[in-house]
Design a protein around this ligand. Structure first.
Ligand code: FAD
Length: 319
């Protein structure tokens, strides 16, 4: 099914994002974890498309198993990086044959070793063209989700405030084009400044973007990981958050606990602001994302009874 139909139903929802592990053992572990996490009732789970298309086959394979063996509504990410139209078509045909109806259509980052995005011969230069292509070729079969950037795309960020404002609004107009071309849901880049997300939603609504805007939540799990990710994405960090983190950076347990507390606080505010659901960037880990959702009352581990007939062992473990 298309997950946007469930989102439109109006109940506060959550979703879990995963990435393709590097080893066979990692992939096996991922399915066990997904099986457990699917039992908590996410509206959908998604799997990323590796930078530069490096994990194309693995992403497709994992997506197929998520949909048909883990039995969770699956969304596959797809990027234009290094993907001529013929390969995009082949990937989309496969996804369709697996019964998956949800695609996150992205431009993608430049391949490793390159600084700027380059269009591969016969390929697309931006997510907008990929959205148009999917709609033209596959009609209404796929529910299409697109990426949104509450702080503008990291490549575009400049220090001059007036220039930045212009870039931010250009970005929003472009986002509107992605919606008009067929995007039905927006998932945002990670952020830690909730005010910026709230402003972004308000600005989108002002421009006439009416689709659900789902915040991407990345719980802080380790100090190093947080630093790496936020510098790569050029994420703005509110002063109180960086002050607290600097004070506890050598204490892994304290960082983890702070990450969960902060996640709960951010999500509470987002839900109060009327956000339809929460998209959790899990980094393939369970405890932070699930811990936050439990504290919000969106997951109740005691009430879980998901039966998968072909996996009696897993089912009985869970009961
Ligand atoms: P686009 O929507 O094409 O936009 C890219 C930038 O170019 C924006 O600043 C946009 O405003 C500007 N732009 C492009 N065309 C125009 C135009 N015609 N007019 C004006 N401005 C234009 N990467 C992966 O490799 N794999 C993944 O699985 C993956 N998943 C992601 C999931 C989410 C929720 C998010 C937010 C990002 C994800 N990314 C992933 C990263 C993403 O691929 C990069 O951020 C990439 O650089 C941009 O992709 P996009 O789809 O946002 O591109």
């Amino acid at each position: 099914d298309k997950m946007n139909e469930s989102i439109k139903a109006g109940k506060t929802f959550f979703s879990f994002e995963f990435f393709p592990p590097r080893t066979d053992e990692g992939v096996e572990n991922l399915f066990d974890r997904q099986d457990r996490m699917a039992s908590f009732g996410p509206t959908f789970c998604d799997i990323t498309w590796g930078a530069g298309g490096t994990t194309a086959d693995l992403t497709l394979d994992i997506a197929a198993k998520m949909q048909n063996m883990v039995c969770v509504e699956t969304m596959m990410h797809l990027t234009c990086t290094n993907m001529p139209q013929s390969e995009l078509e082949s990937a989309l045909d496969k996804v369709k044959s697996y019964g998956i109806q949800n695609i996150l259509a992205l431009r993608g980052d430049p391949p490793k070793g390159q600084d700027t995005f380059e269009v591969v011969e016969g390929g697309f230069s931006c997510a907008l063209d990929l959205v148009k292509y999917i709609r033209n070729k596959y009609g209404e079969y796929f529910g299409i989700t697109v990426a949104g950037y509450p702080e503008a795309h990291p490549d575009a960020i400049v220090s001059d405030a007036a220039e930045m404002d212009k870039i931010y609004w250009n970005d929003l107009h472009y986002l509107k084009e992605k919606i008009e071309a067929g995007g039905e849901v927006i998932i945002t880049q990670l952020f830690y400044d909730v005010d910026r997300f709230v402003k972004f939603v308000k600005d989108c609504r002002g421009l006439g973007i009416t689709v659900p805007i789902v915040p991407g939540i990345m719980p802080i799990m380790t100090y190093g990981g947080f630093k790496r990710m936020t510098s790569f994405c050029k994420t703005a960090i509110p002063q109180d958050i960086s002050d607290t983190l600097e004070g506890i950076k050598d204490n892994d347990e304290a960082v983890k606990a702070f990450g969960i507390d902060l996640g709960v606080k951010m999500c509470k505010r987002l839900l109060e602001e009327g956000t339809p659901g929460l998209h959790m960037y899990t980094l393939n880990l369970e405890s932070a994302a699930v811990g936050i959702l439990e504290q919000l009352g969106l997951i109740n581990k005691k009430q879980i009874a998901r039966t998968l007939p072909w996996r009696p062992a897993a089912t009985s473990k869970r009961q």
